[in-house]
Structures are given as C-alpha cells and as structure tokens.
Design a protein around this ligand. Structure first.
Ligand SMILES: [Zn+2]
Length: 401
C-alpha cells in the first residue's frame, strides 16, 4: 500500500473556515460553548463529515461525532473540542478536531481498514468559559458517564502546546505523557481591623501584611521544591480594604500545578507551614482551605510509546512533555488508554488572538496524527496490541442519529 498523506490544502482550508465562526475584528475567536457561533460551527462540522460520505451525529450533551456509517467498533476515538474562551485563538481545540476529520477522510477515501476503527469527536464545552460554568470538560465527562464509552477502545488528541516549552527545546512534535494535577487553595489571614494612623506599628495584628508576606514566599518555595512545578497567585483581597484601616482580614488564592501527586502533597504541607509562620509573625491566625483538586492524569505508557515512535517517523525533533493545561484527554484517560500529541505554540501564546503555529508544523502534526492512528491500528491487529481493544465487543449505546 502506498504511504498515506493528509491533504494539507483541504485540512488548512477547513481549519480556516472553522475560524470564521465567531471571529472578532481583532482576529480572536468568540465561540463559547452554547453560543450561536458554537452551535453554527457544530452544524458546519457535521456537514463537513457528511460531505465525504461519513456519518455524523450529536449526543444529548452536544458532542459531535463522525465515523464510517457501517463501522461497528470498538473505536479509537480521536478529536478535541471546538468551543473557545472569549477572544480565544483559532487553534486551541479546533486544530485537533479538524486534524481528526482529515485523518478519517484520508483513511476512508483510501478504504484503509483503520477507517473502520476510527471515530472522531468535537467535545462540548471543554473550556468552561460560561459565567455559570463549573470548570469545563463537560462533553468528555458526559461521554465517560454514558454508555458510549463502553465502545471506545482508546483516545488520541492532537493539540497545540499552549506554552513555550517545545519552542525553547526546538521540538516540532511531542508525545504527551500526562497532564499535571491542579490544586487550588484559599489562604485566609485573620487579624484585627484598626485605625491605620493611630495604631503603632508594634502590636498591630495586620492581616494584610501576613498575607502578602506569605504570598511573596510562595514562588521561592515552589522553585526550591520541584523545578517542574508552577504556582500562580491570581487573587488577593483585603478587608475592609481602605487606605486608613489596618486589614482585619485578608485572603489570597493560590494554584499549584505539578506532575506528581507527591509534589502536590508536599507543597500543601509547606504552604500550611508558611502560612502559620507568616500569621504568627504578624499576631494573626492563618488558615489554608482547599478549593479544588484535579489529580495528575497519567496517560497509557504503551500508547504513549506507540505515539512517540509514530512521531519519529514524521519529524526528527520529537520529545516527551507533560501538559500544564487541562484537556478532555485527562477525563478520557481515567476510562480508556489515552495519549496526546502536541505541536509548538509560537511564543507560547494561547487563549488569545495571537495564538499561532506555523502552517507547516500544523500540517506535520496532522500527518503525525495519521501515523499514530495507523500504528495503533497495526498494533491492535497484532496479538501484542490486543489490550487496546476490549476482548468482547460491547454493545453500541449511541447510534448515529
Ligand atoms: Zn483546548
């Protein structure tokens, strides 16, 4: 069989057309889940799937799927999401969906047997950008809670990196081994509000000072603990918040992301110690409360290996990375063997109009995704790769509508 190649022209044209849904004057994309632009883009994706003789449907959540009408599964699911944050970029999510569509089209047109094991998806509301959102990943979570997941043998997602690490390491492609865990804490300092002029410095119980002194040490704490960990102090507030009143209460929210649960446990302990020390030094009391915790997602080692080997057939500059952003793949990885592929983000910019990856790298990434699917198909067809495909074929719960 002659080597298969994606059609770079068709792929780039589709990517460009998807970007017209919700495009703003400044080039940013407003395609928040459930918006008119999001709904219109989903109808368009279904048209594009059906235009080449494939069947498409949407589930009750709003996830859009495509596959060969007569394929029976279990399927390797490949895709991403097409919703955006307000003023987001044209690649985040959309790239992985259009690449999945192109891979399925190429396999279908070549009548390659891998086409029969492939299902593509555009997940509903990955970003969680609506005001009422509980944090996104809505479509992938719903898929995994429903019956259709029984028919899914594995999940692959191609995505832009959304950070500067690949560019810095001069990587063109990366196999993603997992997604960092994310822990968010609210730190509260309780002191005594008093006259900011008449109260001598000695003897104040200044909750604001306690908070900023603790907050100022967090970055050093994290860097010393784990060079791969990141922390972000994104919110701080003093009460009552007046120039002439000593803050009686202060709160800040800090978020940690790390590749191991161990690192996240350790940083929590260190944070608690730091908060106690800083509070006592200012005659205050301090508390640390966990707001949310997303565990580390570990992708399937065998599938990651297959992916990495496939990437090496497409480009020499291939690496392994952890993802510092959340993805639908983190949800899927708890249910089925999962892996991801990254392409670089120019300048590390994402969730912004300037989000960009040069077209040759986008095309190469889509070709790499095709190679990954072919490799998974080849390994699933061999006795050694049987673990990716369930031994018994479960019933299909979501029929194409
Ligand atoms: Zn995304």
């Amino acid at each position: 069989m002659t080597p298969l190649h994606i059609s770079s022209r068709r792929f780039l044209l589709d990517l460009a057309e998807l970007a017209t849904f919700g495009r703003r004057q400044d080039g940013g994309i407003d395609r928040v889940a459930g918006s008119a632009a999001d709904l219109a883009s989903r109808a368009w994706i279904r048209e594009r799937i059906e235009a080449c003789g494939l069947s498409s449907w949407a589930d009750d959540t709003g996830n859009v799927f495509g596959r060969r009408g007569d394929s029976r599964g279990p399927w390797l699911l490949v895709g991403s999401h097409t919703d955006t944050v307000p003023g987001g970029g044209y690649l985040d999510g959309a790239y992985g969906v259009i690449a999945a569509l192109e891979v399925l089209r190429v396999l279908h047109e070549a009548d390659h047997p891998a086409a029969d094991m492939l299902e593509i998806v555009s997940f509903w509301d990955e970003e969680g950008a609506q005001a009422t959102s509980t944090g996104g990943l809505v479509g992938s979570t719903a898929l995994c809670a429903g019956g259709h997941i029984e028919s899914i043998a594995g999940y692959l997602e191609l995505h832009i990196e959304q950070g500067p690490r690949m560019e810095a390491a001069e990587l063109e492609l990366a196999a993603v081994s997992g997604i960092v865990g994310v822990a968010r804490y609210s730190v509260t300092m309780q002191g005594v509000a008093n006259h900011g002029g008449t109260t001598p410095m000695l003897g104040r119980a200044d909750a604001g000072q306690a908070a900023v002194k603790a907050a100022a040490q967090i970055i050093d704490l994290v860097t010393a603990l784990d060079p791969d960990m990141v922390a972000n102090l994104g919110f701080i507030e003093f009460e009552p918040g007046a120039p002439n009143v000593i803050p009686g209460r202060a709160e800040f929210v800090v978020e940690f992301r790390a590749g191991t649960e161990q690192a996240l446990r350790t940083v929590r302990r260190r944070l608690e110690q730091l908060v106690q020390r800083s509070a006592e030094a200012e005659n205050c009391s301090g508390t640390v409360e966990q707001i949310s915790y997303k565990p580390v997602a570990r992708f399937d080692p065998a599938l990651c290996h297959t992916v990495e080997m496939s990437l090496r057939t497409v480009a020499p500059a291939v690496g392994r990375l952890l993802s510092y952003a959340g993805h639908d793949a983190s949800v899927l990885s708890r249910y089925v063997p999962t892996a991801m592929v990254f392409v670089p983000s120019t300048g590390g910019i994402s969730h912004a109009p300037d989000e960009y990856t040069p077209e040759p790298l986008l095309v190469q990434g889509a070709q790499a995704l095709l190679q990954c699917v072919l490799a998974v198909h080849a390994s699933a067809s061999s006795p050694r790769g049987a673990e990716l495909v369930p031994q018994t074929t479960p019933g299909v719960h979501s029929r194409p509508r």
